[in-house]
Design a protein around this ligand. Structure first.
Ligand code: FES
Length: 67
């Protein structure tokens, strides 16, 4: 059995999901989505042009989180 991965996911207010740790991102077909280093900001607002990554469009859209 492999070692458990520790991943930290931060829900940023009115912003994205910040993922930190040793993780892989997969497309629905199971292929890997490359990312740099051990961090990624994932779009939460649905308006990014670089999904699944955040491109800061949430600021232009005035995205407001519910929490
Ligand atoms: S959360 Fe940043 S572009 Fe969607």
């Amino acid at each position: 059995m492999g070692e458990a991965m520790t991943v930290k996911i931060t829900v940023k207010p009115d912003s994205n999901y910040r993922v930190e740790g040793d993780f892989i991102l997969l497309k629905p077909d199971g292929t890997e989505i490359p990312h740099q280093g051990q961090t990624a900001s994932l779009c939460r607002c649905g308006h990014s042009k670089t999904k699944p990554f955040c491109d800061a469009t949430h600021r232009e859209m005035g995205f407001k989180s519910s929490e």
